[in-house]
Ligand binder design. Structure first.
Ligand SMILES: C[S@@+](CC[C@H](N)C(=O)[O-])C[C@H]1O[C@@H](n2cnc3c(N)ncnc32)[C@H](O)[C@@H]1O
Length: 368
């Protein structure tokens, strides 16, 4: 191709250069190969492709063992030529491996894409695979006179709550539980508040680690109703009380808590300068010496996660919510003003999706 172009240029010389200048820049003016952008754009097709593979049952079938292409096509009732090409894509992105013509799952697909896996991320995958994605109204959101009011009911559906739970189960719950267990007051704690705790997946995980603990989850009435339905068969359901609650209303949570847990909820308070007021109320709800534990995105450190966090922030702001980060210093300063100290901080484990900074703070003085 390049050779042909060179020959063409030689034959028609100046005429061709003038033609090229008029329509497009010369190679030396093109500062980055288009392939970089093109590759990036093509990656956006991946969720749909992977989801299609999941929908035809490919990962589930392969979880039973390795398979030759023809046998796999038969089991899936799939067109063998199309399936062949699909497997090629999946191999390129590390979701299947092939040896001697036999296809097998990789640890990534075996862990996250098989429906019987407790940490499967099929809901998240579906969320990425439709046209009604989070950026559908981005152009509108970018217009300077557009004011979007955030809808705090976006998590108030069974699908949304279960989806958050699945994402959290892929490492973050384990991380939070192990951090909690390291707090001196955890083993003796009897009452824990889990504010904006959705359907209680964090609380239920903590209850497994402390037989004497009772959890009180506070969330919107619709969310509590879903929780009572979907969690009623959980082994520790009787030890959780779901309280219908709206933080924008006049009521507040009970008091006498040993632990006060808060995950992915304080971003707006940090951004709007109302964090100290919130934490003073937390202080009043805790017993002397009780612990407040926060799990919020504070920052990213690895280059690999930068793009994802940048997209989460864009999505958040386009939805009318101020930010999806709570900087460490903002939280520490507010906690200090609200009577807390003795901080223990665990920086985000960036191997996890949406890794948060974990912070515990002890109630040192009464404030209200
Ligand atoms: C991002 S989710 C976090 C859920 C859970 N804490 C976690 O970390 O996975 C935010 C939660 O806040 C709840 N929420 C939103 N607005 C609320 C309000 N006004 N009062 C109480 N809860 C609210 C939502 O229903 C949702 O469960």
């Amino acid at each position: 191709m390049l050779l042909e172009q060179a020959r063409y240029k030689l034959t028609i010389g100046v005429t061709m250069d003038t033609f090229m200048d008029a329509f497009c820049p010369t190679a030396s003016q093109v500062r980055a190969p288009y392939s970089q952008l093109n590759n990036l754009l093509y990656k956006s097709y991946l969720p749909l492709i992977i989801n299609s593979a999941a929908e035809i049952g490919l990962f589930d079938v392969l979880s039973a063992g390795t398979s030759l292409l023809e046998k796999l096509a038969e089991e899936l009732n799939a067109n063998v030529h199309v399936l062949d090409a699909l497997l090629d894509v999946l191999e390129a992105v590390g979701l299947v491996a092939v040896q001697d013509g036999c296809y097998t799952l990789t640890s990534m697909s075996g862990t996250y894409l098989v429906s019987s896996s407790k940490v499967n991320q099929l809901r998240a995958l579906r969320g990425f695979s439709g046209s009604r994605g989070p950026f559908d109204n981005l152009v509108e959101a970018l217009r300077h006179d557009h004011v979007k009011t955030f809808n705090n009911r976006i998590w108030a559906s069974e699908e949304a709550a279960l989806s958050m739970e699945q994402v959290s189960k892929a490492g973050m719950i384990q991380e939070v539980v192990s951090f909690m267990k390291s707090i001196p007051g955890f083993s003796g704690a009897r009452r824990m508040c889990d504010i904006a705790g959705s359907i209680g997946y964090y609380s239920l995980a903590m209850l497994r680690e402390n037989d004497g603990l009772q959890a009180h989850v506070y969330d919107l009435p619709e969310v509590c109703a879903i929780a009572r339905k979907v969690k009623r068969d959980d082994e520790h359901f009787e030890r959780v009380t779901f309280h219908d609650f709206d933080i924008t209303g006049s009521s507040w949570v009970d008091d006498g808590f040993d632990l006060f847990f808060c995950s992915h909820f304080l971003y707006e308070f940090g951004a709007k300068g109302t964090l100290v007021d919130f934490l003073k109320k937390v202080n009043a709800s805790l017993k002397p010496g009780g612990y407040f534990v926060s799990s919020h995105i504070s920052s990213y450190t690895t280059e690999e996660n930068r793009l994802t966090f940048a997209m989460v922030e864009l999505m958040t702001r386009a939805m009318g919510y101020p930010t999806h980060t709570l900087p460490k210093e903002t939280l520490k300063e507010a906690l200090g003003k609200a009577g807390f100290g003795d901080f223990t901080i665990q920086e985000p484990n960036e191997d996890l999706a949406f890794a948060t900074m974990l912070l515990s703070a002890r109630k040192l003085q009464e404030i209200l």
